[in-house]
Design a protein around this ligand. Structure first.
Ligand SMILES: Nc1ncnc2c1ncn2[C@@H]1O[C@H](COP(=O)(O)OP(=O)(O)OP(=O)(O)O)[C@@H](O)[C@H]1O
Ligand SMILES: [Mg+2]
Length: 268
């Protein structure tokens, strides 16, 4: 799939001076006879948000799980800060596609759960959890249970839990998929602010081309299974813009169109 090289935003040259937080080197993953990923190589610059965009079943969740250390690649290697990943670690936190909240535990316990696993004392972890519950706009719901919350609120709990462990790398698997359009836009604005204010590395999976262009420093377009990176797009000009004017920006509209042109081949 040849992409036009005329737009500066489509520059595919490697960012020479960039500090790389996470890198995948020739990663392959087979599930029995199913080849999910094949020889995938990709670098994730520190302090930036990289989106993974690609057809359903192309291996996005698989790649996040390998980076998280929850799955072992069949071949290749993932490195975090130059060290090979051999399992989960406190440097990485995961916001799951399906929330993965503990149904029997209150909001505050769910948010504090990552800290509980790390052996942090109850009062300290609840103080930290409280701060992030407030940050994601859930104050007053500390004692509620997941079944008493809306889908959007549950996603906020998942986000607060990932933020509370203060990991350097945040792995987000379609974190906004279950919310209505207005809430999703609010989440996207919040995410842009988070990326700007925290020096964390975000690896973000989405099915939405518009969402990827709105929030990303770098977008990796993945091919259908067995997946590799087909293109890397950097909407650099948009990152200077005010969050309210991005969707009207000609660069935004051009990149959305160009990505759709390259992906439409894979939609039946
Ligand atoms: N535990 C598993 N056992 C066997 N096959 C699996 C397993 N997990 C994923 N797969 C297969 O690997 C491929 C990639 O799956 P994955 O969940 O990573 O895709 P995805 O890009 O996240 O899809 P979606 O966009 O629908 O979430 C799919 O063909 C899927 O059927
Ligand atoms: Mg998935």
């Amino acid at each position: 799939m040849a992409m036009p090289q005329t737009n500066h935003a489509m520059d595919q040259s490697s960012p020479v001076t960039q500090d790389i937080a996470v890198s995948a080197h020739n990663v392959s993953k087979n599930y029995g006879p199913v080849e999910a990923l094949k020889d995938l190589t990709l670098e994730f610059p520190r302090g930036q948000l990289t989106s993974l965009l690609g057809p359903s079943g192309c291996g996005k969740t698989t790649l996040l799980k390998i980076i998280a250390g929850l799955l072992e690649p069949t071949a290749g290697e993932v490195q975090v800060d130059g060290k090979a990943v051999t399992g989960p670690g406190p440097d990485r936190a995961f916001v799951f596609q399906d929330f993965a909240l503990l149904p029997w535990a209150s909001v505050i316990r769910n948010v504090a759960f990552g800290l509980e696993l790390r052996g942090i004392a109850k009062t300290e972890r609840e103080d930290i959890a409280e701060k992030y519950i407030k940050d994601v706009g859930l104050s007053g719901f500390e004692k509620s249970f997941p079944h008493e919350l809306s889908g959007g609120m549950r996603q906020r709990v998942g986000l607060a839990r990932a933020l509370s462990v203060d990991a350097d790398v945040l792995l987000m698997d379609e974190p906004f998929s279950a919310v209505d359009e207005q809430t999703r836009r609010k989440f996207q604005e919040d995410l842009l602010a988070l990326v700007a204010n925290e020096n964390k590395t975000f690896i973000f999976v989405t099915h939405s081309i518009e969402e990827a262009v709105y929030v990303s420093d770098q977008i990796a377009i993945l091919l259908p299974r067995p997946s590799r990176v087909s293109d890397i797009i950097r909407p650099t000009g948009l990152r200077e813009k005010d969050s309210h004017s991005i969707r009207r920006d000609p660069e935004y509209l051009d990149i959305v169109d160009e990505i759709w042109d390259s992906l439409r081949t894979y939609v039946e």
